[in-house]
Ligand binder design. Sequence first.
Ligand code: ARG
Length: 413
Amino acid sequence: GFAQSSIKVIKAGRVIDTENGSVLDGRMILIANDTIKEIGKNIKIPDKAEVIDLSNATVLPGLIDCHTHITFQSGDNYYERFRKSIVDYAILAPSYAKNTLEAGFTSVRDVGSSNFLDVALKKAINSNKIPGPRMQTATYFISSTGGHGDLNGFSPMLDSREPIEMSGIANGVDEVRQKVRYLVKYGADVIKFGASAGVLSEEESVGAPQYTQEEMNAIVAEAKMWGRKSCAHAHGAEAIKMAIKAGVASIEHGSLIDDEGIALMIKNGTYLVADVYNDDYIIEEFLKLGYPQKIIDKEKIVGLKQRQNFRKALQAGVKIAYGTDAGVYPHGGNGKQFSHMVRWGMTTMQAIQSATINAADLMGWKTKTGSIAVGKYADIIAVVGNPIDEIKLLENVQFVMKGGQVFKNSIKK
Ligand code: ARG
């Protein structure tokens, strides 16, 4: 807490320089309050400074997950969702935030929540009432009627479950614009919409578009007017291209992207945020949780293709930011995606950059985080050993500092 001295010096065995893609040996980092003040081989330790010895560890900037759902977590039976109120979710959300932070993820872009629970969580974290990552919040996922963000597969008698305002459902250019305004009014930092069908929802297709080009254009233009970037949930090739043309900052999932889509992403500088760990967890767990067979069947259509297309997009030069869809699998396992990204073509440095400097760039937070640099937040993590040689070390982050405050330190010296 704030009883800790406000001047700290970290002695780092080595530092990963995410801006230059290099590894620096033996650095000292001077931190005052929440900010990095000085980095050097030999800096003078101020009298009142607290020295943190990480000389046997590799020090990295705090990790960033650009695709989380930090206010909920699957793990119950599929039908449990009908027995829960927002209060049930609200009670557990702080534990998810804590697990995320302790996994070394000091920032997240949270891309879908209900009842503005994400905004409440962000406020509690930012006022230091509870531990958690810095958050960018999307609030409701904007979806067409019958789309990925609607509740599908059940009787129409269940349909009027919420007042329409308190949901992400919107149809037509006027309604989607109104929806963006409503979400921005109540705390959306970023706008997320469903460009295509999804896996973990009961509509039949996994890739078909769910908004017209005009609707997607309207969402992105309206968000831009309010100073917000947009991102699109999109598995299908056509929907991916429509969302890129509308001007989204990132494509989420991107599973069935084709060559034309890849070329468009490069041309427009669109980021790909592909949750390439998720397939393992869904195939392993979701049948046991009572998810309908048709959902598992859809996962089998996209899982492998998503990974192959991730490699293809990477090799073509598409910009990639780290995003895992945490909440589908338990929060705190966010680091499990690194090894998959390496298996599907990234160097370990590229994988680390995707979760630091690239992620910060996508979020518009490059001046605040994403690298260990003077003037940025002291969001700093460490592991014993070298993750450049052994990427799986990032599944067990041992030291976590956010804004100069130490939230975890299991590195014994
Ligand atoms: N939320 C996503 C959806 O339901 C999860 C997709 C998971 N599968 C995958 N291969 N990434 O569409």
